[in-house]
Design a protein around this ligand. Structure first.
Ligand code: HEM
Length: 140
């Protein structure tokens, strides 16, 4: 298994060894997960209203997961800015996480699934609180 290009090659190699993850597995995770999101009656409309170029979106999301899970530094974006103002509340997040957990458990080795699920849960919480703060306005 070749290591992905990384800004921190030793850390990436150690994370790959510990989790069994690779850019190939993360690519499969992202593609399988968003194929399910696009079939989901609750989530699909939120994405359909915003994502026009799915291939570009999937490649950004694979870079994001490579940065988060393997510390490659491949993603340069501002995820919070893309979520504030979205019509998505606690039910959407619960569904997103349920689909993500199921997909990660199928696609990744067990240690890798636990690693990406823990990260998704952490990031989902911080996105939700940023979205809630945004809705309340600056006085909060
Ligand atoms: C209810 C849950 C969620 C919904 C409905 C949602 C929806 C969306 C939508 C519509 C976009 C495209 C925004 C645009 O291009 O204008 C997007 C982008 C993105 N989402 Fe989510 N999202 C959810 C949860 C999450 C979670 C939990 C994560 C991370 C673990 C995440 C990570 C990202 C990233 C990295 C992008 C790309 C931002 C960029 O273009 O740089 N999302 N999301």
């Amino acid at each position: 298994m070749t290591a992905p290009a990384s800004l921190r090659p030793e850390m990436t190699a150690a994370l790959m060894a510990r989790t069994g993850l690779s850019d190939e597995i993360l690519d499969r995770l992202v593609r399988t997960f968003y194929a399910r999101v696009r079939q989901d009656p609750l989530l699909a409309p939120v994405f359909a209203a915003r994502v026009t170029d799915w291939e570009a979106h999937l490649q950004r999301l694979t870079a994001f997961w490579s940065s988060v899970a393997l510390m490659t530094g491949r993603y340069h974006g501002r995820p919070v800015a893309h979520h504030v103002g979205l019509p998505a509340g606690p039910d959407h997040f619960a569904r997103w996480l349920a689909l993500f957990r199921a997909t990660a458990s199928e696609v990744c080795p067990p240690e890798g699934a636990a690693h990406v699920i823990a990260a998704a849960e952490r990031i989902a919480l911080s996105l939700q609180s940023a979205m809630a703060r945004h809705e309340k306005g600056p006085e909060g």
